[in-house]
Design a protein around this ligand. Structure first.
Ligand code: GLV
Length: 336
């Protein structure tokens, strides 16, 4: 399939114009103009004649969409996570799936650390306190938080973001434990990290930060049992995916002060329901899935998503292809 104006691409949201212009110069694009994701029936109809989709993590791309899109050869997701896409189904159909790894890890780690600091030192609560006119004098006992320096940080999943969070922890003088499916001896040595099993990490850490992808194995990785292993002073940070934590159990533990606090950028249901009981607690910070949201990083992600898509339309396998098992079928389907 040559990259020509004849190739049609559906983009599921307005992207930074520099990235969209690059795409529009090479192929024919249609862009969903809405602020919210396109409804499934729109996506189904729009997919009918396209060679490629440029999607966000809020777009569910399943077998039904793929069946409705006989020409579809690449799904370029503007996110590092791709649990919104049925990758197995895409591979069966010879459709390449790409993501945007690497470029967002430092930005995401910065944000995870911002949440850690904010939860430790009760920054959001303190801001509310001030705005409510409750700041009367310097108080010896008000809004006391926890020290971050010299505390123990537990990093669950030492991938790109996890490692950057670990390095930030070391910069703050923290002892850093990590657990991962694969032991990373070089990183341990280089950054002074300690490898432990999940149970030990949960029991010993003052701050626990989650950095695993969402898979069937990591669904509710942190539930009742894991929360009960944590210290009553522990703070849980989740910038990974909402369903990695059992949110009902988290609510109970926070409400009963069986752990001290949490800060989450992701939720089991996104957006979080307005009547979710977590919103009634003052010991949790909840942000709207913005860990990678810096001007520079979002532009880089959009450009990488465009680049991945165009590379595939040119008949080359993009380096960020997440389903290499699809390549043989994908090549067979390319027009000669
Ligand atoms: C954000 O959550 C991403 O996966 O890029």
């Amino acid at each position: 399939m040559a990259e020509t104006k004849a190739a049609r691409v559906y983009v599921t949201r307005e992207l930074p114009s520099t990235a969209l212009d690059l795409l529009a110069e090479a192929v024919t694009i249609r862009v969903w103009p809405g602020e919210l994701p396109p409804p499934p029936e729109v996506l189904l109809a729009e997919a009918a004649d396209v060679d490629a989709l440029l999607t966000l993590l809020t777009d569910r791309i399943d077998a039904a969409i793929m069946s409705a899109a006989p020409r579809l050869r690449v799904i370029s997701n503007m996110a590092v996570g791709y649990d919104n896409i049925d990758v197995e189904e895409a591979s069966r159909r010879g459709i390449l799936v790409t993501n945007t790894p690497g470029i967002l890890i430092k930005t995401t780690a910065d944000f995870a650390f911002a949440l850690l600091l904010a939860a430790a030192r009760r920054v959001v609560e303190a801001d509310r306190y001030t705005r409510q006119g409750r700041w009367k004098t310097w108080e010896p006992q008000t809004l006391l938080g926890q020290d971050v320096h010299d505390a123990t940080l537990g990093v669950v999943g030492l991938g790109g973001v996890g490692l950057e969070v670990a390095k930030r922890g070391r910069g703050f003088g923290m002892r850093v434990l990590y657990c991962d499916g694969i032991r990373k001896l070089e990183e341990e040595r280089r950054y002074g990290l300690v490898y432990v099993e999940l149970e030990q990490l949960l029991a010993e850490s003052d701050f626990i930060s989650l950095h695993v992808p969402l898979t069937s194995e990591t669904h509710h990785l942190v539930g009742e049992r894991e929360l009960s292993l944590m210290k009553p002073t522990a703070v849980l940070i989740n910038t990974a995916r909402g369903p990695v934590v059992d949110q009902r159990a988290l609510w109970r533990f926070l409400e009963e002060r069986r752990i001290a606090a949490a800060a989450i950028d992701v939720s089991e249901e996104e957006p979080i329901a307005p009547d979710d009981p977590l919103l009634g607690l003052d010991n949790i910070i909840i942000t709207p899935h913005i860990a990678s949201a810096s001007v520079a990083t979002r532009l880089s992600m959009a450009k990488m998503a465009v680049d991945n898509l165009l590379t595939a339309l040119r008949g080359q396998v993009p380096p960020q292809c997440v389903n290499r098992e699809a390549v043989r079928r994908w090549r067979r389907a390319l027009p000669r």
